[in-house]
Design a protein around this ligand. Structure first.
Ligand code: AMP
Ligand code: MG
Length: 460
């Protein structure tokens, strides 16, 4: 097959990979969608780390390395979902009807069919969560019944039912939710509270999860100082290492903060090489067009392959995605710390993202591009970005050409949500971002969006 035919046969995203690997020095600015797809495609090819066993609650937010299988039928018996009386539905075709109460089943009781079963004209008192006694095919809610007054005495020997009920109502048949042996959670699913409930229900006090990927975080910039320093007149505290570390943890990774690289080749290169000892490297700053933006140059010296060197988005246009090292189809070792003596070429393929240094750009590009790679390294089954929609509160005017992810506030009562842009001073404005709870997504061709229009949102 010639290369042209191969490209034609490929998935649209694969075509991009193939087309791009031919010349690694050209700038490659992709549309947002193409850039995102490229990351997703690379993410499919990575392997999670080793498996470890943790206590159930320590598994919250971790990625399952085992399936959760029903160890019994769910529910294990026909389970009443209402307090009331177990009956034969057919006898309530005409109501009101008087039924003889022949017993009671409480939650936790097991009704002995010899002594507690429902015949025609009979009822058995039943509580939510209790097993349906033999002979019954429905539960009538207690709210639709009254105990019969005999003379001046209220007895629990008979009950008057005011509403009819259909067969099958107000109980869940045995095994209706899941049969024994059925898979309830997949490997690669991230455990949330619902997953914890499943694990608990099948008797797992410990769960097998994937080791968290180690993600190196390296800030760059001569003006950037550590957060406990008192910044000089032209210095900025290193907030990016911390926001990124938080986002890494949130995405299921373990952040390894490598500190701050100055805008100087040697030190930057040493720290980048150290970063390749982790499963993934995130850099911030130094990817714009400035004279001292050295990140791409130094990665180029390390024989990096660049999949994109920019995306048509705002904030975050200069974002870079690439990899260093040989493309070996083996599991990533747990922590193959790189000694600078061995050189990067001896490495398994390691991906990196160079995120722009402006703090809002850093945070946005992490969510758009770095997160799916971290999730894949953590063993998660890939999932696409999901956008919600809400009504715009006040008009937006912007320029065309870039897809915009603008910090915004979603508010309103109950179902009446409305969204409004946060007032911000641009990509450095973390104060505005801290007030925002989402991003409004504006397509590149739109200049004006009117109040009242439904706009896509990415939640933060
Ligand atoms: P750069 O991407 O290096 O051109 O940086 C863009 C802007 O982001 C500059 O105003 C930097 O001072 C700022 N910046 C870069 N790195 C950081 C960081 N680690 N923490 C906070 N701000 C930063
Ligand atoms: Mg810089």
């Amino acid at each position: 097959m010639d290369s042209r035919a191969r490209l034609d046969a490929a998935h649209p995203g694969e075509r991009i990979i193939a087309a791009m690997s031919s010349d690694s020095s050209r700038p490659r600015v992709l549309t947002f969608e193409a850039a995102r797809h490229l990351v997703e495609q690379h993410a499919v090819g990575v392997y999670p780390g080793d498996v470890e066993t943790v206590d159930l609650l320590a598994g919250l937010g971790r990625v399952l390395a085992e399936e959760m299988v029903a160890d019994h039928d769910f529910p294990p018996f026909a389970r009443a979902t209402r307090d009331g009386y177990a009956v034969r539905a057919a006898v309530l075709a005409v109501v009101p009807a008087r039924l003889e109460v022949v017993g009671e089943v409480r939650a936790g009781d097991w009704p002995d069919p010899a002594r507690c079963s429902v015949g025609r004209g009979q009822a058995v008192g039943i509580m939510t969560g209790a097993p349906l006694p033999a002979g019954a095919d429905a539960v009538v809610m207690v709210e639709h019944t009254s105990l019969v007054v005999a003379g001046h005495l209220v007895t629990d020997h008979s009950v008057e039912v005011r509403r009819s009920v259909g067969a099958g109502e107000n109980f869940v048949p045995r095994g209706a939710e899941a049969r024994a042996g059925e898979r309830l959670l997949d490997r690669g699913q991230r455990l949330d509270h619902a997953g914890i409930a499943i694990a608990a229900s099948v008797g797992k006090s410990q769960v097998q999860v994937f080791r968290k990927p180690r993600v190196a975080v390296l800030s760059t910039g001569d003006e950037v100082v550590e957060i406990d320093a008192t910044p000089g007149p032209a210095q900025i505290r290193n907030s990016n290492s911390y926001s990124l570390a938080a986002q890494v943890q949130n995405a299921g990774g373990e952040a390894v903060r490598l500190g701050i690289a100055p805008d100087e080749r040697g030190r930057l290169r040493a720290l980048i090489e150290e970063g390749f000892g982790c499963d993934l490297l995130l850099l911030t700053g130094g990817v714009s067009m400035g004279k001292y933006d050295l990140v791409e140059q130094v990665l180029g010296e390390l024989k990096a392959e660049f999949y994109f060197t920019g995306a048509e988005i705002q904030p975050g246009r200069p974002a870079v995605f690439g990899a260093c090292g040989a493309d070996t189809p083996v599991r990533l070792p747990a922590a193959d710390a790189l000694s600078t003596r061995t050189g990067v070429s001896a490495l398994h393929k390691k991906y990196f993202f160079g995120l722009p240094g402006n703090p809002v750009s850093t945070m946005v590009t992490f969510e758009l591009f770095a997160r799916p790679m971290i999730e894949a390294l953590a063993g998660m089954t890939p999932r696409g970005l999901v956008f919600l929609r809400a009504r715009l509160k006040s008009e937006i005017r912007t320029k065309t050409g870039l897809k915009r992810f603008l910090p915004a506030v979603l508010s309103g009562e109950f179902e009446n949500a409305e969204v409004e842009l946060a007032r911000w001073q641009g990509s450095g404005d973390i104060a505005a971002l801290a007030q925002a709870n989402c991003y409004v997504v504006i397509p590149p061709e739109r200049e004006r969006i009117e109040a009242g229009e439904w706009v896509p949102l990415l939640m933060r």
